[in-house]
Design a protein around this ligand. Structure first.
Ligand code: ATP
Length: 246
């Protein structure tokens, strides 16, 4: 059950003279919520971009289910079961919540968007979309235009769009950003635990400590500690380098 879904071996990414990822090793277990925390500029987004395939590492290997995917495209990684939800809102505001999810399910199935109209008659497609809508806590909002959702609900929908690709690993870059109340998102991510692996980049420490099975602390492109919330909280090196203690 707890086999590694993702493993990074000696990953290096440089921007000119700046080493954004510095010989980084990391394993993500199947079904775990693994948070990556660190100060601004530590290299968190750069890391997630390399895992998703948006940028290529200069050195090192990325393995997904034991398969080397370092040189595969972003599109191929999505097909293998690696999904990413973005910091930037990516829903179609004029479409209903249900249609947004159905479009994402249809995209996974590889159907052309030109055939969207006929697909409206596809009961199985909408059944799956409805199930995802319920899974993300938006059962009562399925007929609402996505643009009319509250900010937090839109972020939940973005997770739903990622879930529509049936991922084994979900990469989340600050899913609580700009949220006054993150209760709904915390409940949603908690409900996904043990179903798929989640890599969570998040500045909201309350959410991180509440959700994460394990936390890795990234400083200057290197992981200085990995452990449970308890272990990270009491790690002297982490407290000094990141949590602000003298
Ligand atoms: P934040 O928490 O502020 O989002 P982060 O931990 O996600 O930061 P990154 O955005 O990955 O950090 O940036 C890591 C380092 O790499 C920073 O010093 C940043 O300025 C630099 N960097 C990121 N992208 C580029 C780029 N395209 N070109 C040059 N330098 C970059």
């Amino acid at each position: 059950m707890n086999a590694d879904v993702l493993s990074l071996h000696q990953l290096v990414k440089r921007y000119g003279g700046l080493v954004a990822t510095d010989h980084l090793d990391l394993n993500i277990r199947h079904g775990e919520i693994h948070a990556i925390i660190g100060p601004n500029g530590a290299g968190k987004t750069t890391l997630i971009q390399q895992i998703s395939g948006a940028i290529a590492p200069d050195r090192g290997r990325i393995c997904f289910h034991g398969q080397d995917i370092t040189r595969t495209t972003m599109h191929q990684r999505v097909r293998l079961g690696l999904a990413r939800s973005y910091q930037i809102t990516s829903v179609f505001p004029a479409c209903s919540v249900l249609d947004n999810i159905a479009l994402a399910v249809q995209a996974r199935r590889g159907s052309s968007m030109r055939f969207w109209k006929p697909a409206l008659a596809d009961g199985a497609l909408f059944e799956e979309a409805r199930a995802i809508g319920c899974r993300i806590g938006l059962a009562a909002r399925l007929d609402m235009r996505a643009g009319h959702l509250a900010h937090g609900e839109q972020r939940q929908l973005e997770v739903g769009l990622a879930l529509a690709t049936s991922p084994a690993l979900l990469l989340l870059d600050e899913p609580m950003a700009g949220m006054g109340d993150s209760t709904g998102m915390i409940a949603l991510l908690d409900s996904l635990r043990n179903q798929l692996g989640i890599v969570l980049i998040e500045h909201d420490m309350h959410a991180v400590f509440q959700l994460a099975d394990r936390i890795s602390v990234l400083v200057s492109g290197r992981i200085i500690a990995t452990g449970t919330a308890e272990q990270i909280r009491s790690d002297a090196q982490v407290r000094k380098a990141y949590l602000g203690d003298e």
